[in-house]
Design a protein around this ligand. Structure first.
Ligand code: PHE
Length: 450
């Protein structure tokens, strides 16, 4: 088996990489998942440990993944293999690439269903059907969607086809163009929602919930979920950033770019939380309501705002864009592998991967639509895939990546890539000890509780 030639495609500038990597990082994870998880797991304490994980575990691993990608310049499986070869290490390290490929594929199967919900809401909003929403009607609207498998499948299909249309095109025309426009627009919309939240009745209660940690609410399981969410939201542990790092020209600083990406991702998640919880409290809704949270809360805010129908439509359109730029990153490792190793065209690879992923997504649709979904140790299909990917596969991928870069890859190689100067010692401490050991400890202690 010979190594493939490194690919020639490259990002056109540092900003192009930052935008594309933020496009991968910022998605439903920030706007949909972070708020509902923090609502379920006790608010402020969850937010605080999440922030700690992003800074001390996520950021170093993001740097590590980007380094491997840029050194290998191929799909994650091959990049890991060629990095292992450079370090005279076992070829088994390419398993990290495989693990990531599988995780991205599995995540996209449910991601597409939820992104489909936001498309459904875009049309409801634009059609004026949500113009007079209150807490009760908003719950009814969401329940109607949740219970209808047909409607969810239609939108899931539409989302998967849209994703594959972008994926099948070449790098610069596809990913770069979409993210360049969408990221700044999303930011402005969230800022508008935050201003609205600031003026609403529930603001102080919302802020208290978000930023006053009550550590008695933190359990071993919620620690693992906060950790898994840090991986999920930054898009780590599965080779997505590795695949993007492979297109990164040598002259661009990895350290500065990854700090910008992690910072933007965290800011957007917090802005989403700030927008949502004041509405939850002002309308006496339950912060613990789960995956329906943003869909049951935000329409209430939009219906009370002047120009709400327009704002709401733009907002859900942007959520769709945020989701699609992440979806593209989730499937890119699989596509890169299919095109480079199996020698099929991007178009064909997209059809194969998209169809298989679509089929799996049907399982998620039924786990929401059915009143008595099949359960595996208490988890329905969606919860099971989410648990296995975010809370097991991504953190395990993270431990392996941190160990590989911290202990196996030659130091000079990394230092040359990261240009950390006298801060190298901090980097070493984080990537060798803090990141792998804390992730392993949390995984083991949480799993022994389950
Ligand atoms: N980070 C994305 C989000 O928050 C999801 C994602 C996970 C993308 C893993 C790529 C890799 O929505």
């Amino acid at each position: 088996m010979s190594d493939q030639l490194p690919h020639k495609a490259q990002w056109s500038s540092r900003l192009a990489f930052i935008l594309a990597a933020s496009g991968s990082a910022i998605g439903l994870g920030n706007i949909w998942k972070f708020p509902y998880l923090l609502g379920e797991h006790g608010g402020g304490a969850f937010v605080l440990v999440y922030l700690i994980f992003v800074l001390f575990v996520g950021l170093p691993i993001m740097m590590a993944e980007t380094v491997i990608g840029r050194l290998g310049k191929q799909n994650p499986v091959n990049s890991m293999r060629s990095a292992a070869k450079k370090a005279n290490a076992s070829q088994n390290w390419q398993l990290v690439g495989w693990l990531g490929l599988a995780a991205g594929f599995l995540i996209l199967s449910y991601y597409s269903v939820i992104a489909g919900w936001s498309m459904a809401y875009l049309f409801k909003m634009a059609g004026g059907f949500l113009a007079n929403t209150n807490a009760l009607t908003s719950q009814q609207t969401f329940e109607e969607l949740r219970k209808s498998a047909d409607v969810q499948i239609v939108w899931h299909t539409a989302f998967m086809i849209s994703t594959m249309l972008i994926v099948s095109r070449e790098l610069s025309t596809g990913i770069e163009r979409v993210t360049g426009l969408m990221m700044p627009a999303l930011f402005i919309m969230l800022a508008t929602l935050d201003i609205y939240a600031f003026s609403s009745d529930g603001f102080s209660q919302g802020m208290q919930f978000l930023f006053e940690p009550d550590f008695s609410k933190l359990t071993g399981e919620s620690l693992l979920i906060a950790l898994g969410q840090a991986f999920f939201s930054l898009g780590l542990g599965m080779g997505a950033i590795m695949a993007y790092g492979a297109y990164l020209p040598d002259r661009i600083s990895i350290t500065r770019s990854t700090i910008a990406v992690a910072g933007a991702d965290t800011l957007v998640a917090l802005m989403a939380g700030i927008a949502i919880f004041p509405i939850v409290f002002a309308n006496h809704l339950e912060p613990t309501m789960g995956p329906g949270l943003i869909f049951e809360t935000l329409p209430i805010a939009f219906s009370k705002m002047p120009g709400g129908t327009l704002f709401g439509s733009i907002f859900f359109l942007l959520v769709f864009f945020a989701a699609i730029t992440s979806a593209v990153a989730l499937i890119e490792p699989t596509i890169a592998w299919l095109t480079e190793r199996m020698d099929v065209s991007r178009a064909k690879a997209s059809v194969w991967a998209g169809s298989a992923c679509w089929l799996m997504g049907i399982g998620t649709v039924f786990s929401f639509s059915s009143e008595e979904p099949t359960r595996w140790s208490g988890r329905n299909f969606y919860e099971l895939i989410d648990f296995v990917t975010s809370d097991l596969m991504l953190p395990i991928g993270g431990i392996l990546i941190a160990t590989f870069v911290g202990w196996i890859l030659k130091n000079e190689l990394i230092e040359e890539e990261l240009e950390l100067g006298n801060r190298t010692i901090i980097w070493h401490g984080l990537i060798r000890y803090v990141a792998p050991l804390s992730v392993a400890a949390i995984l083991l202690s949480a799993l022994s509780l389950i």
